[in-house]
Design a protein around this ligand. Structure first.
Ligand code: PAF
Length: 288
């Protein structure tokens, strides 16, 4: 058996046995769901989990159910050894790395179909996505039985969908949202950033400037429509191709947001730069 810098579990049976031992010792367990290709944003999730849990499990599973046939499942970066070394450096206790047959055995047929916060935004462009995410996260939660699971705000709609699923289905765990970790210039860290060419990487940060600009107008309560139009124009000017959306939504329900409702908003954007789809989002504080 290969010697890894962090213990790796490949079967639900083995995972459950380890978690049971921790529970018997009265230890709290956290789960960090990932698809690998780990970067500092993921490691920050582990650090956050360690503040309230003695044991942190990081799952690494590139989930075929959340990719459309036209998407990048085959070329999604797989960097398992490197991921393990990174997790060892932040003290991750266990990696849960099932193969496809363990996650979706022959005959697997049950799906979680999220609604509410899953409607619109990403779903308008990736209709298969949240069904795949909700189903695999439901399975991961039941496999690992964690006290908490930590998700990055970078995938903001995903975080809202998972919170809603856990609430709606009375799943006995807490979902913790973690602030987006950014590169020095402000670009949100993402496993897919490695697809960018050097030229695209230099342009990519524009999406962050645009969501910040829209958030400033939304917070002022003036010039929002103009900021949205200008934001799209700025992305095109910077070299972005298709702009899927730039919008402001209610931070919890993801329904339409207007200034002065007393509710926090969230600016969300998704746009293509070459062959890479980038997303970003920032908060808009509630205004009375
Ligand atoms: O955010 C991701 O990496 C994935 O969508 C997740 C939550 C691990 C489910 O496969």
């Amino acid at each position: 058996m290969a010697k890894f810098p962090v213990p790796v579990s490949n079967t639900v049976k083995d995972l459950r046995a380890r978690v049971l031992q921790w529970r018997k010792a009265g230890e709290r367990v956290a789960l960090i769901p990932t698809m690998g290709a780990l970067h500092d944003g993921h490691l920050e999730l582990v650090r956050i989990a360690k503040r309230s849990c003695e044991r942190v499990i990081t799952s690494i599973f590139v989930n075929p159910a959340q990719f459309a046939p036209t998407e990048d499942f085959d070329k999604y970066p797989r960097t398992f050894e490197d991921d393990l070394a990174k997790l060892a450096s932040v003290g991750g206790e266990l990696v849960w790395a099932p193969d496809k047959g363990e996650m979706y055995p022959v005959g697997f047929a049950t799906k979680v179909i999220p609604a509410g916060t899953a409607e619109g935004l990403e779903t308008d462009f990736r209709p298969h996505f949240f069904g795949g995410v909700a189903t695999v996260c439901c399975k991961l939660f039941l496999q690992a039985l964690p006290d908490i699971a930590v998700f990055g705000e970078k995938d903001y709609q995903q975080l809202c969908v998972i919170r809603q699923m856990v609430r709606d289905l009375n799943m006995p765990l807490e979902i913790v949202g973690a602030e987006t970790v950014r590169e020095a210039d402000g670009l949100a860290m993402s496993s897919r950033n490695r697809y960018l060419t050097a030229d695209e990487r230099a342009k990519a940060v524009k999406i962050h400037h645009v969501v910040n600009g829209v958030a400033a107008a939304a917070a002022r309560g003036a010039g929002l429509e103009n900021a949205l139009v200008e934001g799209r124009r700025a992305l095109t000017y910077a070299g972005f191709g298709t702009i899927d959306y730039v919008t402001v939504r209610d931070a919890e329900t993801l329904k339409d947001w207007t200034h002065g409702t007393g509710r926090p908003g969230r600016v969300l954007a998704a746009a293509w730069l070459g062959k890479t789809r980038l997303i970003d989002n920032v908060a808009v504080p509630a205004a009375a």
